[in-house]
Design a protein around this ligand. Structure first.
Ligand code: CP
Ligand code: NVA
Length: 312
């Protein structure tokens, strides 16, 4: 059965654990002689580069496609583009404006009888490949995920949603501070509970970060969103700065998926300060993508692995 990853929940707890383990191991050339299509409806620096290099590391050939150059959903239907890509590629990744587009792609490939996994490279709903890199970074930096507290401050967007679900799948607690109207929905909270997770929500950033092991934020206005002025006004006061990191307590690390807007959701001092692990996190996008692609193509972690990184 094809393993599509449209949301982080599609992996389940065992899948997330396997991907994290695979990220630290040498994986064979599971894509040798095969391609991976990476479709982008929005711009990308990290996801495109991380995924292209992950495909290369697995022995495959990445083909990055900007939606406008193929007329995605305009020149021909989303379904026909997906089926076409399925004729040549072992997997399809896509960054889409509307989550339903990913569902249409996966459904079209399944209906065509193509065993070609679809991986969400960011939608308005979720950013699962980011969440995997986030978990990987937390585990590397803090040694474990189980029982850790991850505090997210700001707009409860796609990145926040995948993060809290990823925490639920890996035994970490999540806390989220957002202004009224920009928090997680009751459906999000129900989903976390369904996955056996714990998430506490509030409006006060200081209260929510207290005692956290990780403080996380993301942009206030996501790609393709409207109403930017109203959002920025509502989120004023939710900047993660050095004082807020101090309120989290000693030892807390700071994460941000990037791109960052210094002076909006994060101060320059917090982003560049000693708690920040954002560049490690950015690098981990590639290790997580490599592991995820290998996983959806059938690779599983080795119980006695050779390390991915050679000893210095
Ligand atoms: N974090 C992230 O997804 O970055 P890009 O938008 O640059 O891919
Ligand atoms: N929430 C942001 C994440 C960018 C990586 C967006 O969707 O634009």
């Amino acid at each position: 059965m094809t393993t599509d990853v449209l949301g982080i929940g599609d992996l389940g707890a065992a899948g997330v654990a396997a991907v994290l383990d695979l990220a630290g191991q040498r994986v064979g050339p599971v894509l040798a002689g095969r391609g991976a299509a990476l479709v982008f409806e929005h711009p990308s620096a990290r996801t495109r580069n991380a995924c292209e290099m992950a495909v290369v590391q697995l022995g495959g050939h990445p083909v990055t496609i900007r939606a406008d150059e193929v007329g995605f959903g305009v020149r021909e239907s989303v379904e026909d583009v997906a089926r076409t890509l399925g004729c040549y590629h072992a997997l399809v990744g896509a960054r889409v404006a509307r989550h339903a587009t990913l569902e249409r792609m996966a459904a079209a490939l399944a209906a065509a009888g193509r065993d070609v996994p679809v991986v969400n490279l960011l939608s308005d709903l979720e950013h699962p490949t980011q969440a995997l890199a986030d978990l990987l970074t937390i585990r590397e930096e803090l040694g474990s995920l189980e029982g850790r507290t991850v505090a997210y401050v700001g707009d409860a967007n796609n990145v926040c949603r995948s993060l809290v679900l990823a925490c639920a799948l890996s035994g970490a607690r999540a806390t989220v501070a957002s202004p009224v109207g920009y928090g997680l929905s009751s459906a999000d909270l129900d989903r976390v509970a369904e996955l056996g997770g714990e998430v506490r929500v509030g409006v006060d950033p200081r209260e929510v970060v207290e005692g956290a092991d990780v403080v996380y934020t993301d942009v206030w206005v996501s790609m393709g969103e409207e109403g930017a002025d109203a959002k920025r006004a509502a989120l004023a006061g939710y900047t993660v700065d050095e004082a807020l990191l101090e309120a989290a307590g000693p030892g807390a690390i700071f994460l941000h998926c990037l791109p960052a807007h210094r002076g909006e959701e994060v101060s320059a001092g917090a982003l560049e300060g000693p708690a920040s692990r954002v560049w490690r996190q950015a690098e981990n996008r590639m290790h997580a993508a490599r592991a995820l692609f290998a996983y959806v193509l059938g690779a599983r972690p080795d119980a006695r692995p050779a390390p991915f990184r050679d000893p210095a």
